[in-house]
Design a protein around this ligand. Structure first.
Ligand SMILES: O=C(O)CCC(=O)C(=O)O
Ligand SMILES: [Fe+2]
Length: 339
């Protein structure tokens, strides 16, 4: 009788792993970043000890929390948002608002969301973008106990304050997305704060997610010091204005990430001598990324092949008693709020 022998298992160190293919990243204008300057964000799981989470944030300028929120609650906001915007004709006929698929027969520019350069000219569209910020499902999400208790623990405070001017942003494929910036530009009054970026739905790197310049907190701080020096003779009000004479029209550093990257490689070279990469992720519904006010970041241009609309919110938090940028506490986002 023939004997069969079990093949010996391949030792782990001999297994060949296919590396995940790096995404192609670009912003509104200009070339894709060179692939050698692209990498993945470091993931942090929710069972990571708090001290470790804080240490990562301190070292990296961000912490990318996987599965922090229940997926269904996140998708619920996506659904209600696109039901709300459906009358504008943004969705592909016959598709569900929960999927949020763009009608590619439409002009993407007409369907710009908040922050992707200019708003749509149509006033009814602007009105719907504004009223989306007070949809009950969204307001409930902002108070979600899983979310807010994590923030309080992270900040080490009993009560946290969320700035009232939150931003709900959608980016349609081939539309305009948020340029490169660091957040302090827009919240210059008050002390440093924590930003949370929450994608409502799965969002691939090239489907409009955020990209961050690795280890760029010092770059943002140096830029801000420079802006402040040049603004010394401004009035206090003008000095904190994100759109003052020193800044670009829309407050962003640029809408061309490849060009900025090239410039910074000589003007703000890393002290390690290694060129900084731009980090992105294939975000999943339930993930949240936190970043400090100086990390350079931008939205990747949405080039999702399935026409998926990127929807997200960006939120800012202070510990209670913190010195807040009161301009951001006046009301929810309005097209003409000047911030
Ligand atoms: O979602 C975006 O396009 C921009 C978000 C952002 O800049 C932030 O969360 O600070
Ligand atoms: Fe930002």
């Amino acid at each position: 009788m023939a004997t069969t022998t079990q093949p010996a298992p391949v030792p782990a160190h001999e297994l060949v792993y296919e590396p995940k293919q790096l995404p192609k990243l670009r912003s509104n204008y200009g070339a894709y970043l060179d692939q050698s300057n692209v990498g993945w964000l470091k993931e942090t799981s929710i069972d990571t000890p708090l001290e470790e989470v804080r240490a990562r944030f301190e070292a990296d300028g961000y912490v990318y929390m996987k599965h922090l929120m229940p997926r269904e609650d996140v998708l619920g906001v996506r659904q209600k948002y696109f039901e709300h915007l459906q009358p504008t004709g943004i969705l592909k006929p016959g598709t569900s608002p929960r999927d949020g698929i763009f009608d590619t027969t439409q002009d993407p520019i007409v369907h710009n969301g908040v922050g992707g350069k200019d708003l749509p000219e149509d006033l009814e569209r602007q009105r719907l973008l504004q009223s989306a910020h007070t949809l009950p499902v969204y307001l409930a999400f902002l108070e979600h106990p899983d979310f807010r208790s994590f923030i309080r623990k992270f900040l080490g405070c009993e009560r946290d304050v969320i700035v009232k001017r939150t931003l709900l942003r959608h980016n349609v494929p081939n539309g305009l997305s948020t340029g490169c910036h660091y957040d302090r530009i827009f919240l210059r009054a008050g002390e440093d704060f924590l930003t949370a970026w929450v994608p409502f739905g799965d969002c691939t790197a090239a489907g409009g997610g955020l990209m961050y310049m690795d280890d760029s907190s010092d770059v943002g701080k140096t830029m801000e010091e420079d802006f402040m020096k040049r603004a010394e003779h401004f009035t206090p009000e003008e000095r904190i204005n994100g759109f003052n004479l020193n800044m670009a029209k829309d407050g962003q550093l640029t809408h061309n990430v490849a060009e900025l990257d090239e410039q910074l490689s000589s003007t703000h070279a890393s002290p390690t001598g290694v060129r900084r990469k731009w980090l992105a992720a294939n975000y999943e519904a339930g993930d949240v990324i936190f970043h400090n006010p100086y990390m350079l970041h931008a939205a990747v241009k949405n080039e999702d092949p399935l026409g998926k609309i990127r929807l997200s919110t960006d939120l800012r938090f202070y510990p209670e008693g913190g010195r807040i940028d009161e301009r951001w506490m006046r009301s929810v986002w309005r097209p003409d709020d000047g911030l």
